[in-house]
Design a binder for this molecule. Structure first.
Ligand code: NAD
Length: 373
C-alpha cells in the first residue's frame, strides 16, 4: 500500500495533506509513504522532517508512481496522477458542484475520487471532517484580519488620556466558523452579537457570552436541514431578517459573515444600501467570498472600500494559517483512512454509509447521488 503526497498546485495554496506525524502513523499501519520534495514548504515542514518520519522524498513523478492512495488538500489534476495504480484513490477537496469537469476526468481516468467535503455530518465522522477543522481556523483568522484592518482597538481601554470604547462585532452565521469568530472577538475584548437561521444556535451564542439577534416575528422557522446544515429560507423570513439586520448593522464596527448553504451560492446577507448605513472605518470580513459572497461588492483577496467601509475576504482563509490548517487536515485524512484500515488486506475498506457519501467516481463512472443529473 503506497500513499503519495504531492505539493499542492493551486495558486496560493500553502497547505499540505500530510505531516511528519501522520506519515509516521500511516507507516505504523504498514503503508509506505512518498512525499514530493518541498510539499511542506508553505506549512514550514522540511523535506528532512518527512524523511525522518520515514517517508521517501522525491520528485512528483516518482512519488505518484505505483501509488494506491493520493492525499491532497485540493484535488490534483488527473494529468498529475500519471503512473498511479489503476483505480487508485484520491482523497482531497474536489469542490464537486463547481468543478464537475474534474470529477468527470477522474471517472474517465478510472480513479476513485473521495471528496472530503462530502464527509457526512455524523458523530463518528467528526474527526474526519475537514470542513469543521478548516472552518474553525477560518473563523479565528477572519476576526484577526478584521481587527488588523480596523483603525481602532477592540477592547475598552481606560487611559489617562480618556476612554477607548470597545468595538462592536456582529457575527452572521453561527456554524463552526461563526462560533470561533465569536469566541475570538470576545477574547479580544469586543462587544459581540450574532445571528443565524438555525434557532439551535441561540443558546450557543449565549453560552459564549454574546448577544443573539434573531427574527422572532416569523413563526415556525427552524432553518435546520439535514446534517445540521441550513436550509434556504422563505421570502417572508428573508425580508424580516433583512430588516432586523439593517437596524443592527448600522451600529456595528466589525461584521463577520460566514453563511453557507451546501451546493448553492452563498446567501446574500448584506446589501450595498446596508453598507452605506455603517460608520466609516467599519470592517466587514466575508468568509463566503469564494462561494459567491454574503456581502454585495466583496472581492476575494482584495480590500474593497465602499462608503468608507472596508470589505475583506480571502479565497482560502484557512490557507493563511497553513501550519495548523495542514496539521488538522492531515489528521482528518489519517482518522478517515485508519478508521477503515483492514489489517488483513493491508488497506482501507470503506463502509457503505461513509463510502457512498464521499465517493464521487468508481469503475469509470460518476457514482455519487448528490451529483446525479
Ligand atoms: P455552514 O458552514 O454550512 O454555514 C455557516 C452557518 O451559516 C450555519 O450555522 C448556517 O445555519 C448559517 N446560515 C446559512 N444561511 C444563513 C442566513 N441566511 N442567515 C444567517 N445564517 C445563515 O455551517 P457549519 O459550520 O458546517 O455548521 C452547521 C452545523 O453542523 C452546526 O450545527 C455544526 O455544529 C454541525 N456540524 C456537525 C458535524 C458532525 O457532526 N460531524 C460537523 C460539522 C458541523
Amino acid at each position: 500500500m503506497r500513499i503519495a503526497i504531492l505539493k499542492e498546485r493551486a495558486a496560493g495554496e500553502q497547505r499540505v495533506a500530510a505531516t511528519p506525524e501522520t506519515v509516521k502513523k500511516f507507516i505504523g499501519l504498514g503503508a509506505e509513504v512518498a512525499v514530493e520534495s518541498r510539499a511542506g514548504e508553505g506549512a514550514s515542514i522540511t523535506d528532512a522532517a518527512y524523511a525522518e518520519a520515514g517517508a521517501s522524498v522525491a520528485g512528483a513523478k516518482d512519488v505518484v508512481k505505483g501509488a494506491d492512495i493520493v492525499l491532497g488538500i485540493q484535488a490534483p489534476d488527473v494529468a498529475d496522477l500519471a503512473g498511479a495504480n489503476a483505480g487508485a484513490w484520491v482523497a482531497a477537496l474536489f469542490d464537486p458542484f463547481t468543478r464537475r469537469d474534474t470529477v468527470d476526468a477522474y471517472a474517465k481516468a478510472g480513479f476513485e475520487a473521495l471528496s472530503m467535503e462530502f464527509m457526512p455530518r455524523i458523530t463518528r465522522a467528526q474527526s474526519m471532517d475537514v470542513l469543521s477543522s478548516q472552518s474553525n481556523l477560518a473563523g479565528y483568522k477572519a476576526v484577526l484580519v478584521a481587527a488588523n484592518e480596523y483603525g481602532r482597538a477592540f477592547p475598552m481601554m481606560m487611559t489617562a488620556a480618556g476612554t477607548v470604547q470597545a468595538a462592536k462585532v456582529f457575527v452572521m452565521g453561527v456554524g463552526v466558523a461563526g462560533l470561533q469568530a465569536i469566541a475570538t472577538a470576545k477574547r479580544l475584548g469586543a462587544q459581540v452579537s450574532a445571528t443565524d437561521v438555525r434557532s439551535a444556535t441561540k443558546e450557543q451564542i449565549q453560552s459564549l457570552g454574546a448577544k443573539p439577534i434573531f427574527v422572532e416575528s416569523v413563526e415556525g422557522i427552524e432553518g435546520e436541514g439535514s446534517g445540521g446544515y441550513a436550509t434556504e429560507m422563505s421570502e417572508e423570513y428573508q425580508k424580516a431578517q433583512a430588516e432586523l439586520v439593517s437596524g443592527h448593522i448600522a451600529k456595528q464596527d466589525i461584521v463577520i459573515t460566514t453563511a453557507l448553504i451546501p451546493g448553492r451560492a452563498a446567501p446574500r446577507l448584506i446589501s450595498d444600501a446596508q453598507i452605506a448605513t455603517m460608520k466609516p472605518g467599519s470592517v466587514i470580513f466575508d468568509l463566503a467570498v469564494a462561494q459567491g459572497g454574503n456581502v454585495e461588492g466583496s472581492v476575494a483577496d482584495q480590500v474593497v472600500v465602499k462608503h468608507g467601509v472596508k470589505i475583506v475576504g480571502y479565497s482560502n482563509t484557512p490557507g493563511h494559517l497553513a501550519a495548523d490548517a495542514s496539521a488538522l487536515f492531515a489528521r482528518n485524512h489519517f482518522n478517515f483512512l485508519s478508521a477503515f484500515w483492514d489489517k488483513e488486506a493491508g488497506k482501507p475498506v470503506l463502509d457503505e454509509e461513509i463510502g457512498n457519501a464521499v465517493r464521487l467516481t468508481q469503475g469509470g463512472k460518476v457514482v455519487n447521488e448528490r451529483l446525479a443529473g
